[in-house]
Design a protein around this ligand. Sequence first.
Ligand code: MOS
Length: 735
Amino acid sequence: MKFDTPATTNPIDQLKIVGKPTNRIDGPLKTTGTAPYAYERHDVATNQAYGFVVGSAIAKGRIASMNLDVAKAAPGVIAIVTADNAGKLTKGDFNTAKLLGGPEIDHYHQAVALVVAESFEQARAAASLVRIEYTRGKGAYDLSAALGTAIKPKASFGTEADTSVGNFAAAFAEAPVQIDARYTTPDHSHAMMEPHASIAAWEGDKLTLWTSNQMIAWSVGDMAKTLSIPKENVRIDSPYIGGGFGGKLFNRADALLAALGAKAAGRPVKVALSRPLMINNTTHRPATIQRIRLGATADGKLTAIGHESWSGDLPGGGPETAVAQTRLLYAGENRMTAMRLAVLDLPEGNAMRAPGEAPGLMALEIAVDELAEKLNMDPIAFRVLNDTQVDPEKPSRPFSQRQLNKCLQTGADKFGWAKRNPKPGLTRDGRWLVGMGVAAAFRNNMNGPSAARVRLDKSGIVTVETDMTDIGTGTYTIIAQTAAEMMGLPLDKIVVKLGDSAFPVSAGSGGQWGANSSTAGVYAACVKLREAVAQKLGFNAADAVFAGGKVKAGRRSAALADAAKDGELVAEDNMEYGDLAEKYQQSTFGAHFAEVAVDAATGEIRVRRMLAVCAAGRILNPKAARSQVIGAMTMGAGSALMEELAVDKRFGFFVNHDLAGYEVPVHADIPHQEVIFLDEADPTTSPMKAKGVGELGICGVAAAIANAAYNATGIRIRNYPITLDKLLDKLPDIA
Ligand code: MOS
């Protein structure tokens, strides 16, 4: 089905099941610990051996020598895979070939060997006996020191490095009210609960990988290229994923090395990356340095918007697109954005939840708060005044929908914004300095082609098959809701099967495109199944109503299941997209509010309350969507107050490589969260009229908390995370 004109009324609009806060259909499996995650799939292949990854002890240089003799002789060892014996690895679609390093070393903890043994303990013990001598090379590990070498990167995913409208320099120089400030965000780790894990088995030249992966078709194609085998010979199965956040968009070392290990061992091999290895072996969100210049008239109209961002990556990598939102968020005639990319020999920088916007808004939305204060304006009134309903860089393109102002105003009302003292540092609660902050939330909406197959059997059960993944987001449930609504069945008549490359290719889970795209693919397949059912039962598909397990038209009615009484009915389709996303700027909006208390003596910051108001198209399942948003708000609080990969700038690695050193929020850090979804249905996005929401939820959170901390203390911190050491010497003397 091609989606190239705005959606009209369709069966999804009944909203009998779609749009309801349905419990997760996979909930019982998850809560009883019986959902089979990759490493626990003991039954998929017999005689599984265990692989343990050896990571490089240097960040940059060469392996001078490697002695495997002692390790090979250790108890239980079956095989050891290294670059010397792995065979040729071809560059695929991503950097998968580099997941096995040697003799050149690209980054610390790059895998250099896999030891395969009868038990996990034997593999781990033998891995410690691999003797490697390195010749250390010179690497660049310090972003600020590498700025001189930063270049203009080529466009990535259609995002240009630079944009310019009007005359920014002149308008900024002339603006009566200006701010010009520099902000930094550190490297972040995905820190998902389930580590990267894979089981690999070969049957002849056919590889099966049971793994934990967000993008099945990408990973099949890439693995096939890397191993130089036809993609028909690769099957990937990933039905349950314990979080990804972008860290599982691609094959990682566990998948490649399990495949190579299984080949070397001649039997199935399972590999999980240990937590201490994950942080330097896999990807991370790159640190940024951002300069923001804003100029406004005395009455608060933005006339000049300038945003530059610097980040680093391994050679051949890409920039963190932290200026993305600045191109679209506020009106202003003169604008410039620019990204620059330095080569850093740290582990690979890549996508993490709302890549671009998440760190970009951490800076931009503090800058906006600073400018509003200089203007002596309320920061909500300032944002509302500078709203735009069209793409400010291309004014002929309207936003398909944009309720940013309503998000801000609704949130202000619900959060009690009127009680905020605009003068910072004056609100006390005993030893606590208390403040409120706000930030706009923005994340682009993307849709991708997505296919599904649906089967109706004679007992009236509809089974949906698609290689779509559920990374903890609720995909199983919203797909079941979609099929149930389309076929007029209750949820318990729907079976959903996901994550297997044997199924039709979906959009996958990434960039918050999964929910709308994958359900739209299921919608398309269900339209075909409805046609097949109507034909079989002698109805005209256009008139037939599917409800209560029946098909009805006029006074005629038949049981849906009857259509399959002579044999299963199967329908498959792919939702494809025309140019609506070019005609309309499709984005999601929100407003984040935070109240924090800062200990006046110690500088400790406690978040007291958080509120998000989101406008993100039709919300397919408010319960699952709320879970996404509160999780994202929690992650945003982490990026505001604690998360930071500490770089060892001499030796080139992230020092705090476990969950003790890489601090993320716990329950006690997040006492109260509320989420409001504005009523919205966007007919330009798909027949589902939905958009993404899972990444919108993090966008702006950190700035709202930073602005609240400023309002509490009068101390402006522009370098994340906002830890007490940055406040301590600036806190007011306590009388
Ligand atoms: Mo997302 S960072 O594209 O999984």
